[in-house]
Write a protein that binds this ligand. Structure first.
Ligand code: ACO
Length: 333
């Protein structure tokens, strides 16, 4: 009997503080930085994003999203044997945010303490992180190394932003999304296609690091927006087509494209290349901004809870981000 990995529950969480473009325009004006709602909407499609407060960590967002995904799957923390968190904004240098999340889930109640001992680690592939994490969990389940996995994308990207740099600080937001992925005899994940090209490390990076007890380098996000844009548009189509070919599907078979929510212009361009109408593209970028590794599971959960994405439908997830990394996953929900 072929063993598959199937998503059995989704969940997501956004920090309560919603920052509209106008809120950001006002905040930046106080710093002498000029931007406008019109510019942000026209160039990116973003109207608002959510930011954490000073006391909230990535693992807190991951915890809320995970609890919702577990409830949707009808699972308890102690049922899990694998936790993978995709993030570029971990709570600490180490241990992993996945380990911290495991501890928070273990503290839910007496039975949940049974989660202790399950494998837990982070995946760092920036905005492609969730696609990478899902692919790793799929491989571990199909190899028989795990049966019930929690796969999370969680970010507090607001912590990495330079609010004096209007070309980047208007683009990003905070949030988390999670799925429960289980071994199944029914097909779920049909194909994964992952890539990285380290020649482009410098076009999107946070070049700071800890050195002798000090942060050395510049610990804020740096991006060559136009270089990222050009690479993203070309690479996403290739990954999507490869995942589709591997699954034996045509683009027309896809019920929903769930792209990384970086910029509406990148998303529409990919949809056009795949000849997919925008009615079949899940969009949250207007309300969430770019939440990096959290954006795909956030959009997935948003569509599921809105009743738009339904069990049995064919989905194509695709991400692109720093590294440069990119990839796609084709799956039946
Ligand atoms: N408000 C007003 N004006 C601005 C702003 C702003 N927030 N930002 C830039 N501008 C100005 C620039 O200064 C420039 O002015 P100039 O012509 O007088 O020099 C003008 O707008 C055009 O700037 P461009 O950089 O050419 O604008 P572009 O159309 O390329 O849009 C953007 C910039 C939105 C960043 C675009 O390049 C983009 O979306 N790139 C991809 C970004 C992306 O997807 N990143 C995430 C990858 S995922 C990850 O791994 C984190």
């Amino acid at each position: 009997m072929t063993r598959f990995a199937r998503i059995t529950g989704t969940g997501s969480f956004l920090p309560p503080r919603r920052v509209s473009n106008q809120d950001l325009v006002n905040q930046l004006a106080a710093l002498g930085v000029e931007t406008s709602d019109e510019w942000i909407v026209e160039r990116t499609g973003i109207q608002a994003r959510h930011f954490v407060d000073d006391h909230t960590h990535t693992s807190d967002l991951a915890f809320e999203a995970s609890c919702r995904a577990l409830r949707a799957a009808g699972r308890q923390p102690q049922d899990l044997d694998l936790i993978i968190v995709a993030t570029s904004t971990p709570d600490m240098v180490f241990p992993s945010t996945a380990s911290i999340l495991q501890r928070k889930l273990a503290q839910l109640d007496a039975a949940s303490a049974g989660i202790a001992g399950c494998a837990a680690f982070d995946v760092q592939a920036v905005c492609t992180g969730f696609v990478y994490a899902l692919s790793v969990a799929d491989a571990m389940i199909r190899a028989g190394n795990a049966r019930c996995a929690l796969v999370v994308g969680a970010e507090t990207f607001s912590r990495l932003l330079d609010f004096n740099d209007r070309t980047t600080c208007v683009l990003f937001g905070d949030g988390a999304g999670a799925v429960v992925l289980e071994a199944s005899e029914r097909p779920g994940i049909a194909a994964c296609d992952l890539h990285a090209d380290g020649r482009h490390v410098d076009i999107l990076c946070v070049p700071g690091h800890v050195h002798n007890g000090q942060v050395t380098g510049d610990p804020v996000l740096k991006m060559d927006g136009q270089a990222v844009f050009k690479l993203a548009v070309g690479l996403l189509e290739g990954a999507a087509l490869k995942a589709l070919a591997q699954a034996g599907w045509q683009a027309q078979d896809i019920d929903w494209l769930i792209p990384h929510q970086a910029n509406i212009r990148i998303i529409t361009s990919t949809a056009r290349k795949l000849k997919l109408p925008m009615e079949r593209v899940m969009l949250t970028v207007h309300d969430h901004g770019n939440t990096s590794a959290a954006s795909i599971p956030l959009a997935l959960d948003h569509g599921v809870r809105a009743g738009q994405i339904k069990p049995g439908q064919k989905l194509l997830l695709e991400g692109v981000g720093g590294g440069f990394t990119w990839g796609a996953v084709a799956l039946t929900l």
